[in-house]
Design a protein around this ligand. Structure first.
Ligand code: GLU
Ligand code: ZN
Length: 278
């Protein structure tokens, strides 16, 4: 049984890029006679708002999408994330990192930047580790230890048909990320950890996301391997940009789905704007 999902964060209005991503996932699920799910990625409780979550449902319903209920919220999943972290800790694959942004900036004279900001230089990797997993510091995945062999993930097209595999090789996982954070201070799971734990928990078979997240997919493949989770297949779609070619962001309120609706556009007009016919 095919299960695809759309996983928005309730931190602002959905814009055209989200409409494209959600509709693409929905259509893939439909094409394969499967289910479509929404997951609310509200890990960042300082920015998540109930009214944005309500707006997400209103916008997606207006686009004529339907989804399975109840909807899973990441803010209810702390226990599952904790046990995944404990498994990584027991395998000696994660380590505490006490670096501030400042420390990371000061550690190297020629810093590298990647999709997660400045590449972590590995300062805390070889410090002695406490006996038990600490909760008062960030935890990072030791990529060199976690990623020991070639790992593959399967790519599918927008109808869910397999179009090949991608091999992620040790040392090349994501050259410009370094050891990613999997938990923040206070045992708050980070995106990379939560997403693989929840995709497995929700038995997601097909992940549909923008090609800007393809580097993250490589990290997720490694995490799935060390956590013993079955990897879904991936469709990385083109990214919707503004007229200057910049990726749309939450702050592009002018391109919010609700703004188009209020201007009198129909749901199919909005889907046409992102190149999806009715
Ligand atoms: N919350 C993430 C986002 O909105 C989820 C994307 C994903 O993991 O596919 O970008
Ligand atoms: Zn550190």
């Amino acid at each position: 049984m095919i299960r695809a999902r759309f996983a928005p964060s309730p931190t602002g209005p959905l814009h055209l890029g989200h409409a494209f991503s959600a509709a693409t996932a929905f259509r893939l699920a439909r094409a394969m006679h499967g289910s479509f799910l929404i997951r609310i990625e509200d890990l960042d409780q300082s920015r998540a708002r109930d009214h944005w979550e309500a707006q997400i449902y209103a916008d997606l319903a207006w686009l004529n999408l339907t989804w399975e209920t109840p909807v899973l919220r990441q803010s209810t999943r702390a226990k599952a994330y904790h046990s995944a972290l404990q498994r990584l800790w027991d395998q000696d694959l994660i380590y505490p990192c006490t670096c501030t942004r400042r420390d990371i900036a000061d550690a190297v004279s020629a810093p590298h930047f990647g999709p997660d900001g400045q590449v972590y230089p590995g300062t805390c990797r070889h410090k002695p580790k406490p006996k038990t997993m600490p909760t008062d510091t960030a935890l990072r995945l030791d990529m060199a230890k976690a990623h020991r062999r070639d790992l593959d993930y399967t790519r599918v097209d927008d109808c869910g048909i397999e179009i090949g595999t991608v091999t992620v090789s040790p040392g090349h996982t994501v050259p410009n990320v370094g050891d990613p954070v999997v938990s923040r201070r206070g045992m708050e799971a980070a995106y990379h950890l939560a997403v693989v734990v929840d995709d497995a928990f929700q038995i997601i078979t097909h992940v549909v996301r923008g090609e800007d997240l393809e580097p993250a997919t490589a990290i997720h493949t490694v995490l799935q391997d060390v956590l013993g989770l079955r990897p879904p297949k991936y469709h990385h779609h083109r990214v919707i940009t503004d007229e200057r070619g910049k990726r749309l962001a939450k702050r592009d309120d002018a391109r919010a789905i609700a703004a188009y609706r209020d201007d009198g556009l129909s749901p199919s007009d909005v889907l046409m704007l992102v190149g999806l016919q009715k």
